[in-house]
Ligand binder design. Structure first.
Ligand SMILES: Nc1ncnc2c1ncn2[C@@H]1O[C@H](COP(=O)(O)OP(=O)(O)O)[C@@H](O)[C@H]1O
Ligand SMILES: O=C(CO)[C@@H](O)[C@H](O)COP(=O)(O)O
Length: 518
């Protein structure tokens, strides 16, 4: 039911490197508050400068879930210094996709009795049955993917059921790995949460359901029935259904906020909590792209490419995915693991800053880089799935800095164009979000390589904005009206493609393909 005075809505986004809060005020049509905690800089004790524990063996990439939990207290203690949280009508969370957190049977009781004089961390830490949480960058579950696929009748069948073939970073294969490595700890696990549903559970003071948007990134949700698939559950680990929250549509209110946040940070006890979703489905909402036609490119830690789908086609190569669209129906998702990590690696190698990075590379070199092309991967890649350890160049490694920068950036977006072709659609409009989206050189390059106009928003954090919009939507606000109010490009932010570069990039794409298959 639509409320007379809608109040304000809070979006939370727990992404790879940061936890952000963003508040919208539909009455004034403005974003009225933004605060962010950077895991590396603000919580250095976890020794995770980029949001995960460095140096994992054999492709293992884990994070300390206590870092995410401690960040919630830190975030609200900062927000409450300058913003009156009693104004919040409802909130929703978004989280980096696929990451999973494992708790014993005391979780529900602990969540419902959180004491404000203690920290979240000290009250929830004893319930963890797995000290660290595998995240989306983890590539260690190859054997488990093969076992799940074999048990279900092949990857084609897994894809038919879940919208993706068995994927290393997806939660099901990661759960199976945990079950094989430590069956006793798996047995003692009462509840498994995704990062997004964990944040929502803490806010609601109870174990909440998992939405179809994030749930589809687990290789466990049947995308036709929208419930946990019995064959996939059985292929993954014993008694798994009992350990998973239920799967539910995103636009649901799950209950009122926990008293912990009322007493400690001044929320109203009437504040509603909506279900959480993954950061990419959340960004789809935040970018006003829940209807087919507009493509979104998110340049966060990973680069992702996604769009609402008219038809739920699947990627024949198995790199791309089908997730639930929080507004109903489906969305595509293609993830490029080396996104910002590669840009940062080359920037640091060349001793540059962001200001001179694209300027150095793109202003001094011609489109197409005179045929000099790079496979821009400093570590294992997801799209294409291959174990890179360094970039591959068709030119000398000691070429000038500007050549290296252009080759890396062109390589990244040629790779994206190549691996999004299965969608069968040429974007008519691309909306950019994420940390690197403010970079002008990168935005123009994307417009030229895809030959489509690019828009950017004043709010760089599309996932947190999407969470705030979802909270408002779950309370009965009209999503189309909210989009009109909040999802407009920043003034003068539209970049048109340079059509004279179309042929050059068609040729570069061929050179890129040759290097990839060489
Ligand atoms: N001006 C810039 N140019 C290119 N990349 C940038 C720029 N500013 C920030 N970034 C990149 O943005 C990344 C963080 O983006 P963000 O969307 O906050 O990440 P995540 O959501 O994955 O935590 C950083 O890793 C950094 O490399
Ligand atoms: O694995 C994926 C999507 O499938 C990643 O996109 C994660 O969802 C992490 O997002 P960022 O923190 O990079 O925004």
């Amino acid at each position: 039911m639509k409320r007379e005075s809608p109040g304000m809505f809070l979006g939370l986004d727990s992404s790879t490197q940061s936890l952000s809060a963003l508040v919208i005020d539909p009455a004034s049509g403005s974003v009225v508050h933004e605060t962010s905690i950077n895991f590396g800089a603000d919580l250095p004790a976890y020794q995770s400068p980029s949001g995960f524990i460095p140096g994992g063996a054999d492709g293992e990439v884990h994070a300390d879930p206590l870092m995410w939990i401690e960040a919630i207290d830190l975030l609200f203690s900062r927000v409450a210094e300058s913003f009156d949280l009693s104004q919040i009508t409802a909130l929703a969370a978004s989280g980096q996709q696929h990451g999973s957190v494992y708790f014993d049977n005391t979780l529900v009781q602990r969540l419902s009795t959180l004491a404000p004089e203690k920290s979240l961390k000290e009250q929830l830490a004893p319930a963890l049955t797995r000290a660290t949480a595998p995240i989306w960058m983890d590539t260690a579950s190859g054997p488990e993917c093969a076992e799940i696929a074999a048990a279900v009748g092949g990857n084609e069948e897994v894809c038919k059921l879940s919208g993706s073939i068995a994927i290393e970073r997806f939660t099901g294969p990661q759960i199976r790995r945990f079950f094989k490595q430590d069956p006793e700890a798996y047995e003692n696990t009462g509840t498994i949460h995704l990062v997004s549903s964990l944040i929502g559970s803490i806010m609601a003071g109870k174990s909440i359901d998992i939405d179809h948007g994030d749930g589809a990134g687990m290789n466990l949700l049947n995308v036709h029935t929208l419930s946990w698939d019995p064959d996939l559950l059985e292929a993954t680990a014993p008694n798994l259904r009992d350990k998973l929250p239920r799967a539910k549509p995103s636009a649901s209110i799950t209950g009122k906020i926990s008293n912990y946040f009322v007493d400690k940070y001044g929320f109203s006890s009437n504040c509603d909590v909506a279900l959480s979703t993954g950061d990419n489905p959340s960004s789809l909402v935040g970018m006003g792209a829940t209807e087919p036609g507009t493509f979104v490119i998110s340049l966060g830690t990973s680069d992702t490419f996604f769009a609402a789908m008219s038809n739920a086609v699947t990627d024949p190569q198995g790199f791309g995915h089908v997730f639930g669209n929080p507004a109903g129906g489906f969305m595509s998702l293609i993830c490029f693991r080396n996104g910002s990590l590669s840009r940062e690696a080359l920037r640091d190698e060349l001793g540059l800053g962001w200001d001179d990075f694209d300027v150095a590379g793109l202003a001094k070199t011609p489109a197409g880089n005179e045929g000099r092309v790079m496979l821009p991967f400093y570590g294992p890649e997801i799209t294409p799935r291959r174990d890179f350890s360094a970039p591959v160049r068709n030119f000398p490694v000691d070429a000038p800095a500007e050549v290296q920068v252009r080759a890396l950036l062109e390589g990244q977006f040629l790779n994206m164009r190549l691996h999004s072709a299965w969608l069968g659609e040429q974007p008519t409009l691309i909306r950019l979000t994420g940390g690197a989206s403010q970079n002008n050189g990168i935005a123009q390059l994307i417009a030229d390589i895809f030959q489509a106009p690019v828009e950017r928003f004043a709010v760089a954090n599309g996932a947190a904005l999407g969470a705030a919009l979802r909270a408002a939507h779950a309370c009965g606000q009209n999503l189309a009206d909210l989009n009109t109010q909040f999802c407009q490009p920043a003034a003068d932010s539209r970049i048109e493609p340079d059509t004279s570069k179309k042929e050059t990039y068609a040729e570069s794409l061929e050179t890129y393909k040759q290097l990839l298959t060489a």
